[in-house]
Design a protein around this ligand. Structure first.
Ligand code: ZN
Length: 275
């Protein structure tokens, strides 16, 4: 098992003991059973041990789920310290997990930052803004949104950061803009709806993520029901990627005469782009 070579014999023993205790804990997704400090008798002397445990490659790559979960428990335990190094280590743990390809469970981990309050927020936002990998950035942004959903006092701050990240929308991937919007919408940014309408009007958002502007307005409570038939967003997006409905059809895609036109007009195909 790799642990830092400079650990004293006493630290090595404690490291092993912490690991053995944590691998017997219930799966870490049940956040009701925490308070690691009380359960493990943690002190500041354990901080470097937990940091090392979150990076222990033997356990991160372990076949045995309990071994792997011990590293996640270590990350949760770090959260309770409310310490900058610990917070950064948790973020690294999440990024590492994405790098190891465990992304199907990644959304389960978002809430690891929220219960400890707003302490982690500055580090999450900083890491998100520095991150170049789309998946990793999306998880960090979603985690920041999750903190803001549970702690209203930082809602405006997170909305502001997400809007800043959306400002260069014209030069960003449409799917990335949609991911930003997906983190923004649960914060009910009703006061910024004109900006969101502009994003849609300029076709800067991939609609497979949050639907069209009517869906967004309904979600924000600004509209009761749709006035146009609900489009097939996959088709609309494909039409956009192909450069138009005619190009989509030329590429072999079939569109029903009475289906909503994939150009997004809200009219039936036969009354819109059908030749
Ligand atoms: Zn059309």
């Amino acid at each position: 098992m790799p642990m830092p070579a400079d650990f004293t014999a006493e630290q090595q023993q404690r490291y092993q003991a912490l690991f053995e205790q944590m691998r017997k804990f219930p799966t870490p997704f049940d956040r009701k059973t925490t308070d690691y400090h009380a359960k493990l008798g943690l002190t500041t002397a354990d901080l470097p041990l937990l940091l090392a445990l979150t990076r222990d490659e033997d356990y991160l790559e372990a076949e045995e789920p309990d071994d792997f979960f011990a590293t996640l428990h270590a990350a949760y335990a770090l959260g309770e310290y409310r310490d900058e190094a610990a917070s950064r280590a948790m973020i690294e743990w999440v990024l590492q997990d994405i790098a190891y390809g465990c992304d199907e469970s990644i959304y389960e981990y978002l809430d690891m930052f929220a219960p400890e309050g707003v302490f982690h927020l500055p580090f999450l936002l900083e890491a998100a803004q520095q991150q170049h990998d789309d998946d990793a950035r999306d998880v960090l942004i979603s985690a920041a949104s999750s903190v803001a959903q549970q702690h209203k006092e930082v809602r405006d701050e997170v909305v502001g950061v997400l809007l800043d990240m959306l400002k260069p929308y014209a030069t960003q991937e449409r799917f990335y803009n949609a991911l930003l919007l997906m983190s923004l919408l649960p914060l009910k940014p009703v006061e910024h709806v004109d900006f969101i309408r502009k994003l849609y009007a300029e076709k800067a958002v991939d609609m497979t993520a949050c639907g069209d502007i009517e869906d967004v307005e309904i979600y924000l409570g600004l509209r009761n029901k749709r006035t146009t038939p609900k489009p097939d967003y996959m088709l609309m997006d494909m039409a956009h990627e192909h450069g138009g409905v005619a190009e989509l059809v030329a590429g072999g895609v079939k569109i029903g005469r009475n289906d909503p036109c994939p150009c997004g007009s809200g009219k039936k195909y036969k009354k819109c782009c059908m030749p």
